[in-house]
Design a protein around this ligand. Sequence first.
Ligand code: BGC
Length: 744
Amino acid sequence: MNSCKKSFILLYILSIGISTSYAQQQSIPQKVQALLNKMTLAEKIGQLNQYNGDWEATGPVSTDVGNKLDAVKRGEVGSILNIVGVKHTRVFQEAAMKSRLKIPLLFGQDVIHGYSVTFPIPLAEAASWDMAAIEKSARIAATEAAAGGVHWTFAPMVDIARDPRWGRVMEGAGEDPYLGSLIATARVHGFQGKGLGNLDAVMACAKHFTAYGAAIGGRDYNSVDMSIRTLWEIYLPPFKAALDAGAATFMNSFNDLNGTPATANHYLQQNILKDKWGFKGFVVSDWGSIGEMINHGYVNDNYEAAEAAINAGNDMDMESRSYINNLAKLVAYKKVSVTRIDEAVGRILTKKFELRLFDDPYRFCNAEREKRVLNTPEHVEAARDIARKSIVLLKNEHQVLPLSKNLNTIALIGPLVKSKKEMKGFWAQNVGNEDEVVSLYEGMQQAAGKTKLLYAKGCDITDTSRTDFNEAYKTAMQADVIVMAMGERFDMTGEAKSRSNIHLPGVQEELIKAVVASGKPVIVLLMAGRPMVFNWTADHAPAILYTWWLGNQAGNAIADVLYGKYNPAAKLPITFPRAEGQIPIYYNHLNTGRPAKSDTDVFYTSAYTDLPNSPRFAFGYGLSYTTFKYSNLHLSKKSMLKSEDVTVSFDLQNTGKYAGEEVAQFYLRDLVSQPLRPVKELKGFEKVMLQPGETKSVSFTIDKEKLAFYNDELERITQPGTFRLMIGGASDNIQLQDDFELTN
Ligand code: BGC
């Protein structure tokens, strides 16, 4: 080889080396730009297009797309939802690797409360008021989902919900913006773990942006009409918290907000989310929500729908095909700029780089890891723990609970005693095996020791036949104690599962009456995705546990609570009404000019004449097997300047026989203000573990932010004046209170 040829080869090798290491050293924005430079407009539009995998549909299915694998190979798809399992995701990723630029696909899935191991529904977990446990539940769900090929969960749902008729109330954290924001943070941290790029982290998606939970009449997908101040005050804070926690994506919502569909809402997606809040991730539409703007009557066709959505800040089109079919034309006719397309694509590519899919598109497709990580004993144990923490003790007359281990016979009665599907609840994944779910019956078999268990179904969940009541009564008569498992079918609460009647379904409450007539101690377990109405039971059953839908470990967790192996500490994250007619009912309402002084004060007051004014169970309510005493309230000062803090401290004592935890809640009220402030707002809480007789000092700090609110101009302000602080074990059980002044 002559020296000239040698030096050419050397130079060539060096240049490859330089360009490879240059590529490696490039920042993600540089890599994104380099890739964008290579992409055709059609390839860019492909990245904005998301299809359902046709495996399982979580919305109305379109069939006009031909073979999806071929579409992926042509570079027409950026993401697929509803495909799980490394075997299946690999097939699609292989197709993406046959496209011209080999841009990896993103696989999205509704991992709402667990992947292989099902955890309690989110509303149940919210009742734990335990951020570490909630974060851990999301962490495990993400670890399992990522091992199963998923890159992206469509969770957390952070919609505030004040209406239990709305079926999706089960997916969120309830009615309170403060609690909801902390839970949003915990869930995002849990899903995203130590950060995207780790093999156990999935992208979180804060949804549904926004105000979806305020659907008029609680009817899913319905319009939302609210003041912008309420939007900022109540509905936006959990989204902001999710963003601050680093949520990689946002999903918009099906509803219109004050006449503009959220999907085409420039104010929400562009002005607030991207401009004011500086969101760097991408926004995906909800399923078909771009196309549904035709039904809304907002646009004439998918062409106009695509234009409205993309120009309002919606980056990816889930399943409406409006982008893939129209964006090229819209660019040609200058209705949509290439800059806007590049910006949307850039946001999506950035996440693909952060997930390190360009380094290895199959890094989430490892069959060995999938087998090893799913359903481990540690995950199962964590599911049992958070399930126990989610159970709310609503009533416990004469200390019927906890059960003694020395009972001769327990009768298990009700349509949900042996149910597994109901334990998993709505939005459970089809990944695990139903055998892994522990029914109440199985949990009790494990826990009951020498106690004999009898069983009678008594009635169906919704069927109105009373034929089996007699057998249930006879079974009850043979037992020392009766445990009844009552509630909703798994598909009675969830998406598109709004109900105008939220009473305990079918003839179940009649069965409870029949069994209570036995005169034996009856413990009623209520298993549901939402608050239900059950007044007779609330008045007459000696003990009630609200167990929601608790996931795979339901039976074990309930048995732990029934036997006192775990002392319940959960508190309601949402108000339980006495009747549907009270809805919407929530604790942080305004006082009105004619507030009722009591439940029976109806003389020209803001009240219903045909039922008490108070809810059946208030926000923050929940009992324990032990009792707590609040005392010695102390304020570090009685007046503060805006630049100062006040420390509030008090003693909390366990005055009962059992070790237990209390969620001590701290509320504030601005007594005189313009505009008006609610009668109470949660501003802090602490879950405190106390041994019998033990006392701990608890403190909260009041700073300017805790006293601030939005005025009509949406400025965050404070107003000098008197504030009332209230401390107690529920929003309607204030034990300590005092006033202090803000002086400037
Ligand atoms: C729901 C979303 C969900 C999506 C994908 C929609 O119907 O509103 O919350 O993420 O389907 O399954």
